[in-house]
Design a binder for this molecule. Structure first.
Ligand code: PEP
Length: 246
């Protein structure tokens, strides 16, 4: 059976003081019976890497440049992340699409840049509340994923996909297991048309995953784990979510 994957997205949270006990608790909480990773802000990546060294825990970044190197002040390349062991990079998070005007094609180019350096992109797709209410969910997520599939071409099977309905992120309003499964099944069908590896690919659900709703979400046949924001900052909650996936 395919192991599930739980990824913590710290967003722009953390401090030297709070990271240490959180990371120590995640290390202590093993084994989880699933793959676990933490995506931290850039300045803390070395700290996460050191805390997780020698364990099966993985770590990742929350964004990368589409460029390999050059005069792009403030950007971080996938090659720089790969150089010291970064396993994952989140691309296309709705907060970047919304606040940094990232287009579907830019997200796809970032995913390609990551894969070229051996870093697995976690590609986020998801509809806004207005789009859901207008019945546009399927069209929106298919369009977002399609750009990545076309750009990655024969490497499409190597990405992780995260379905994150924008209306559920940080709002406490989680998609029901049935709502999540319906979109995940749609994405899986789209992936099957593009790659022979679709059934072993991971499609994560993200959006107010909590200790008390994780198990029912992860029980859905096409939900292969979670991308967890707020709850990944609290050791007990994150550990409980990881255990629910195990
Ligand atoms: C996220 O940031 O990817 C996320 C899903 O956040 P939250 O779990 O807080 O909704």
């Amino acid at each position: 059976m395919k192991s599930k994957l739980v990824v913590g997205n710290w967003k722009m949270h953390g401090s030297r003081a709070s990271n240490e006990p959180l990371l120590a608790a995640i290390v202590q909480g093993r084994p989880y019976g699933c793959d676990v990773a933490v995506c931290a802000p850039f300045p803390y990546l070395t700290e996460v890497a050191l805390a997780f060294a020698g364990s099966d825990l993985r770590w990742g970044a929350q964004d990368c440049s589409m460029h390999e190197q050059g005069a792009y002040t403030g950007e971080v390349s996938a090659g720089m992340l790969a150089e010291f062991g970064c396993r994952y990079v989140i691309v296309g998070h709705s907060e970047r699409r919304q606040f940094h005007q990232e287009s579907d094609q830019l997200v796809a180019d970032k995913a390609k840049a990551a894969l070229a350096k051996g870093v697995t992109p976690i590609v986020c797709v998801g509809e806004s509340l207005a789009q859901r209410e207008a019945g546009e969910t399927d069209v929106v997520v298919k369009r977002q994923l399609s750009a990545v599939i076309h750009t990655l071409a024969h490497c499409a099977g190597e990405m992780v996909v995260a379905y994150e309905p924008v209306w559920a992120i940080g709002t406490g309003r989680t998609a029901s297991p049935e709502q999540a499964q319906a979109v995940h099944a749609l994405l899986r069908t789209q992936l099957r048309a593009a790659t022979a590896h679709a059934d072993r690919m991971k499609i994560l659900y993200g959006g107010s995953v909590k200790a008390d709703n994780a198990r029912s979400l992860f029980a859905q046949p096409d939900v292969d784990g979670g991308l967890v924001g707020g709850a990944s900052l609290k050791a007990d909650d994150f550990i409980a979510i990881c255990r629910a996936a195990g």
